[in-house]
Ligand binder design. Structure first.
Ligand code: PHB
Length: 394
């Protein structure tokens, strides 16, 4: 069979790939999206839930307004330590808010939109090889659900295929550099049937380790607590989970964490990574395929959205005049936000988690850092700017 031909081949139909498809559809650019998983598998994978103001504007500008109709606007967060709340008032400090709207909902909204647009999205089609990245006609070899293989050729291939990216692995080792940082802790994440315990997110430091109180619906809550990266979630029954969460959030202010049956439990590993460069010839990477962050700063999905917005802006020009220096500009512009988010996520993580070998000095130092942060308006503003998203990382 002769290869199929399209202008942009997008590999991966997570939020990054589908957002690019939506933007290209609006610009009238022919494209194909290939995804190895089924739509329902992606829709049922729990991910983080915080959208920066800029990410919300991107969705709303595309007419995807469910986020503001059904999502919850959060004008701040609580930093909890010494058993007390310390509120960071984002709205008052920087005039911006964030939205609690799970990534699975972002995915469903984008998938519905792409299907309504008539986009060519091929679920359960697996890329086995990226072809001729450095030519003018790169492409991919794809295996359909029936096992039949075919080839798609395009002007540009976009790797939006997540942290285990096949596309990134196609970049020869000597052509790329990966900056990686591992952490000696992970998060134990649970979905519980219980009423809300707090109106906003509560990031908690305690002598027993970190905990995060987040929300989903009036009857389902999302909670996390720091654990060992090799922890086996199956070994934790409900009583043990609640004991661990309760002792971390306990304090003299009498904060009450509402309990209920645990529906789901998973261990989320922490990893910071950045691949440079983000393009090789006519192949570019977006989102988790190019970088990952620990979940503490809630930056992962926001970075993916930021990458796609920058790439799409440059592609509009590149598709008219294919000057490849425009593609280099993508890495430069996206990179500024990516490294800020790397710093922010690593900083929040280190400030709030204990390490297995932490001594008394280090914990006291972390507590001093937390006090300095919340006691100073400059400190609170720094946190608010980072959490709500940098408006224009110059
Ligand atoms: C979540 O609600 O899943 C969530 C919120 C904030 C984070 C990470 C995860 O930093």
């Amino acid at each position: 069979m002769p290869p199929e031909r399209t202008r942009i081949l997008i590999i991966g139909a997570g939020p990054a790939g589908l957002l690019l498809s939506t933007l290209l559809h609006r610009s009238g650019v022919d494209h194909v999206v290939v995804e190895s998983r089924s739509r329902s598998e992606i829709a049922h994978t729990h991910r983080a839930g915080i959208l920066e103001a800029g990410s919300v504007s991107t969705l709303v500008d595309l007419g995807l307004t469910r986020v503001i109709e059904e999502g919850d606007r959060h004008d701040g967060i609580d930093m909890r330590f010494d058993g007390r709340m310390h509120r960071i008032d984002f709205d008052g400090l920087v005039g911006r808010s964030v939205w609690l709207y799970p990534q699975t909902d972002v995915f469903v909204d984008l998938a519905d939109r792409c299907e309504a647009d008539g986009a060519d999205i091929r679920w359960e089609h697996r890329v086995t090889e990226v072809l001729d990245a450095e030519s003018d006609l790169p492409g991919a070899r794809v295996e359909g659900p029936d096992g039949a293989e075919y080839e798609v050729r395009a002007d540009l291939v976009v790797g939006a295929d997540g942290s285990h990216s096949i596309v990134r692995h196609g970049f020869p080792e000597q052509m790329r550099r990966t900056w990686v940082h591992e952490y000696p802790y992970a998060w134990f994440g649970v979905i519980v049937e219980a009423p809300r315990s707090a109106p906003e997110l509560v990031y908690t430091e305690s002598e027993h380790g970190f905990a995060l109180v987040s929300q989903r619906t009036p009857t389902l809550q999302r909670l996390y607590f720091q654990c060992d990266p090799d922890e086996d979630a199956a070994e934790w029954d409900d009583a043990r989970i609640w004991h661990e969460l309760q002792r971390r959030v306990a304090g003299p202010d009498g904060f009450v964490l509402q309990e209920g049956p645990v529906q789901e439990r998973t261990v989320l590993r922490f990893r910071s990574s950045v691949v440079e460069p983000m393009r090789l010839g006519r192949v570019v990477l977006v989102g988790d395929a190019a970088h990952t962050v620990p979940p503490t700063g809630a930056k992962g999905l926001n970075l993916a959205i930021g990458d796609v917005v920058v790439l799409h802006e440059l592609l509009e020009e590149w598709l008219r005049t294919p000057d490849d220096t425009l593609l280099d500009e993508y890495g430069r512009r996206a990179g500024r936000r990516i490294w800020r988010a790397q710093h922010f996520s690593a900083w929040m993580s280190r400030m709030l988690h204990s390490t297995p070998d932490e001594d008394g000095f280090e914990r006291r130092r972390r507590l001093a850092e937390l006090h300095m942060l919340v006691d100073s308006e400059a400190g609170r503003r720094y946190l608010a700017e980072g959490y709500t998203g940098w408006v224009d990382p110059a």
